[in-house]
Ligand binder design. Structure first.
Ligand SMILES: NC(=O)c1ccc[n+]([C@@H]2O[C@H](COP(=O)([O-])OP(=O)(O)OC[C@H]3O[C@@H](n4cnc5c(N)ncnc54)[C@H](O)[C@@H]3O)[C@@H](O)[C@H]2O)c1
Length: 277
């Protein structure tokens, strides 16, 4: 009997992470699921095992490099290697750019950016050494491709994840290693992310004020989403199989990206076409 392929998912206790784990289980993969919250993670484990997939569970704070290194060690001990890594855990704060506290920045940068960096640092060297085909998916957001008022901190971290993933893909391509990369960029969809504060460390508790209007806008955007977390997971696995880099599940994201690019190029042309006339 051949060994099953193995997927690791961070932030697997809820939302998109849970659905990514279930989608991998449906592909008969073995799972390593992790989250900072043990209770919801155990629930995901039960759902994965109900699909007949073997599942190893480890609580892990992705902003803590030592935790993520332990997750990689445990994954190799449990299954002897990892085929797909989903750096998915993420949190959000809302509010105008100037209102974010230092603790807001530290918390959201720690989870959204350092969480992805820690995953890549711990897993990719082991994947390279193993030498077998593998894939890394980093969860960014449509807020990593375009921008909206009230999202400065979140959007800054998600743009960082897109840039980091693009560089990671180029670095891997240069080595010739059979490791693909995708960056997942959903727009708003209903998950637990509006309740991100539930996982905020006490040491970083000092948050800026969140205007109710921003939360209302996010809630309305989530409710209007034409896709849910299971659709996003399915599209992500399709992208891995097709070796597509950008995974953009919402049709409306195309127009936001186009508007941003047009503004960049419009301002660029205003300088460069004028200076050549
Ligand atoms: N829901 C959306 O509208 C949306 C849109 C675009 C991108 N995303 C991204 O999708 C990813 C998943 O979020 P979601 O929407 O499913 O939200 P969610 O809150 O339902 O799930 C996020 C999971 O991450 C876990 N988590 C939080 N902090 C952690 C930490 N320090 N270490 C490990 N795990 C931690 C939470 O416990 C939770 O289980 C995030 O990166 C988020 O930014 C979400």
């Amino acid at each position: 009997m051949t060994a099953p392929r193995v997927a690791v998912v961070t932030g697997a206790g809820s939302g998109i992470g849970r659905e990514l784990a279930l989608a991998c289980a449906r592909e008969q993969m073995a799972l390593v699921i992790s989250d900072i919250e043990a209770g919801p993670l155990a629930h995901t484990q039960a759902l994965v095992e109900a699909l007949g997939a073997p599942c190893f569970v480890q609580v892990c704070d992705v902003s803590n490099a030592a935790d993520v290194e332990r997750l990689a060690q445990a994954s190799w001990r449990a299954w002897g290697g990892v085929d797909w890594l989903f750096n998915n855990a993420g949190v959000a704060v809302l509010g105008p750019a100037w209102s974010a506290t230092e603790a807001d920045w530290q918390w959201v940068l720690g989870v959204n950016v350092m969480g992805v960096a820690n995953g890549v640092r711990a897993f990719v060297p082991r994947m390279l050494e193993r030498g077998t085909p593998a894939h890394v998916v980093n969860t960014s957001s449509a807020a990593g491709l375009a921008t909206l008022p009230g999202s400065a901190v979140y959007s800054a971290t998600k743009h960082a994840v897109v840039a980091f993933s693009e560089c990671l893909a180029k670095d891997l391509e240069q080595t010739g290693a059979p490791i693909g990369v995708s960056v997942l960029c959903p727009s708003l969809l209903p998950t637990g992310i509006l309740r991100s504060q539930r996982n905020r460390p006490v040491s970083l508790a000092a948050s800026g004020p969140t205007a109710a209007a921003y939360e209302d806008r996010v809630r309305a955007g989530m409710a209007a989403s034409p896709v849910d977390a299971s659709d996003v997971a399915r599209m992500t696995l399709e992208a891995i199989h097709a070796r597509r880099f950008y995974v953009i599940p919402h049709a409306q994201t195309g127009a936001s990206v186009e508007r941003r690019m047009q503004q960049i190029l419009g301002d660029f042309r205003a300088i460069h076409q004028e200076s050549t006339q």
